[in-house]
Design a binder for this molecule. Structure first.
Ligand SMILES: [Zn+2]
Length: 222
């Protein structure tokens, strides 16, 4: 397997202190793409520490409050284990970003897919535990994985399973990067005509609309 380069590693000293909820955006339409979008969308890493990683998992409804609290407690007792988990999550994320952006289009697409496959199987292969169906407090149901041994080990499973689904279902052709070159978000285009261009109409789509409008005004003023 070839090494996966980190695409962006902004210095943590410049991490702006934004409220967490604002930093979590779920526009990818697929879990693995939402996870990829935590890397550098706002020019800094949303997953700045283990705590942020857990907050994201909670926001994505992958862990409930109770499990999240348990993990955070565990992280305080075992900071090196928590740090290793964070580093590993970023490593998986870098592989998945490459898969999202270059999994179909470039000459190295085959290699990119093989590398992603290696990462997916690495995560799946090291975790032992029990799969369960659980009823959430809001009455909905979710598949969960209860790891035995290392509590952190199973965390990434739903993410890599989501990416595995994309490969199994042949969805990569429909994975796009936002048409705004300043925006790094990726998403699954589920529109009928396959012409979704923006990660989010409220932000990038709107900016493009406003720019077109300004251009029109300038032209009519000439
Ligand atoms: Zn965008």
């Amino acid at each position: 397997m070839t090494a996966i380069p980190a695409l962006h590693t902004p210095p943590t000293a410049f991490t702006p202190a934004l409220p967490r909820e604002r930093a979590f955006v779920f526009v990818g339409e697929r879990l693995w793409l939402d996870f990829v979008n935590t890397d550098s969308v706002r020019a800094y890493d949303v997953l700045r520490d283990f705590d942020a990683l857990m907050s994201w998992f909670e926001a994505a409804a992958l862990v409930d409050g109770e499990r999240s609290q348990g993990m955070r407690r565990r992280a305080r007792e075992q900071p090196s284990g928590a740090m290793a988990t964070l580093v590993d999550a970023r490593r998986v994320r870098a592989a998945l970003r490459l898969l999202a952006e270059r999994g179909t289009t470039t000459g190295s697409a085959d290699q990119v897919r093989m590398d992603a496959l290696g990462e997916i199987n690495r995560v799946l292969g090291r975790s032992a535990g029990t799969r369960r169906l659980e009823r959430r407090s809001d009455g909905t149901y979710a598949r969960t994985f209860v790891p035995v041994g290392d509590a952190f080990a199973g965390l990434m499973i739903p993410i890599v399973e989501s990416a595995a689904d994309a490969l199994i279902l042949g969805e990569l052709q429909r994975v796009r990067r936002c048409a705004d070159s300043r925006c790094g978000r990726v998403f699954y285009d589920s529109t009928k005509n396959g012409r979704r261009r923006w990660c989010d109409m409220a932000t990038c789509g709107n900016r493009a609309k406003a720019a077109r409008h300004r251009k029109k005004l300038r032209e009519s003023a000439d």
